[in-house]
Write a protein that binds this ligand. Structure first.
Ligand code: NAD
Length: 249
């Protein structure tokens, strides 16, 4: 699909959905750079990828994407090293679920900073070089929760809905320069994030999924890969739900 040797920056690409996205791009010969907070898991991921794809180009940079200065420094290093960034995938995310009445200020701030401020940080640091190259793809991993809300997730839903407004606005700012900005909104996907859900909660969620089963990280990876590819050049400012039919517009 024309992404061979493109440079892809993926936040949180060392686990779950991000790791599947990284793997999808590596399989096609792209250069993959992962930004993440967990150095040990990052190094383990790079080693595993090098074993799976012996001639691949993959690197991990330790970086808390909620921190503006840390992102600026990492992107500066990456641009110096690789010369360009073609695709940005803002995937890093956390939850800190709590009913609003009991939600601590720290739980609100942390989720908004990791999930939403990281988009501002990473996009602002990378968009200038994309503008210069007159091409680029930004794909932000939102969530169906940002579209439909969920009890106990006001912080998470606000961060994920915020990503959608952010993406539509940025899409308008950069559309004439060959850069597209889209969101992928996963439904319930089997990763570490959903592994801790109680079995009764999982069963209740499955009732709301017309397809009747949880998705895999590779379902999200394929959607991201499609939006990143040249064939998706005329798609921007959109939210692609990959959710077994949970949210239908
Ligand atoms: P995960 O917990 O398995 O992985 C999240 C990754 O983000 C990890 O690598 C983690 O180290 C990294 N990360 C966390 N905080 C970070 C920070 N401050 N700086 C850099 N990296 C950081 O989660 P996942 O299920 O793979 O989720 C990936 C994305 O998909 C998240 O944005 C999540 O909100 C979204 N999502 C997941 C689901 C699901 O069902 N799993 C559904 C909808 C949306």
């Amino acid at each position: 699909m024309g992404l061979e040797s493109s440079v892809i920056l993926i936040t949180g690409g060392n686990a779950g959905i991000g790791r599947a996205i990284a793997s999808r791009f590596l399989r096609s010969g792209s250069v993959v750079i992962i930004l993440g907070i967990n150095t040990e898991s990052g190094q383990e991921t790079v080693a595993a990828f090098k074993e799976e794809y012996p001639s691949c180009s993959v690197a991990f940079y330790t970086c808390d994407v909620s921190q503006t200065a840390a992102v600026d420094a990492a992107v500066e290093t990456i641009l110096r090293e690789y010369g360009r960034i073609d695709v940005v995938v803002n995937n890093a995310g956390i939850v800190a679920d709590q009913l609003l009445m009991k939600m601590q200020e720290d739980e609100w701030d942390r989720v908004l900073q990791v999930n939403l401020k990281s988009c501002y940080n990473v996009c602002r640091a990378t968009v200038r070089s994309m503008l210069r190259n007159r091409q680029g793809r930004i794909i932000n991993i939102s969530s169906v929760i940002g579209l439909m809300g969920n009890s106990g997730q006001t912080n998470y839903a606000a961060s994920k809905a915020g990503m959608i407004g952010f993406s539509k606005s940025l899409a308008k700012e950069v559309a004439t320069r060959g850069i597209t900005v889209n969101c992928v909104a996963p439904g319930f996907i089997e990763t570490q994030m959903t592994a801790s859900l109680a079995e009764s909660h999982k069963q209740a969620i499955l009732q709301d999924i017309p397809m009747g089963y949880m998705g895999g990280p590779e379902d999200i990876a394929e959607a991201v890969y499609f939006l990143a590819s040249p064939v998706a050049r005329y798609i921007t400012g959109q939210v692609l739900a990959v959710d077994g039919g949970m949210v239908m517009h």
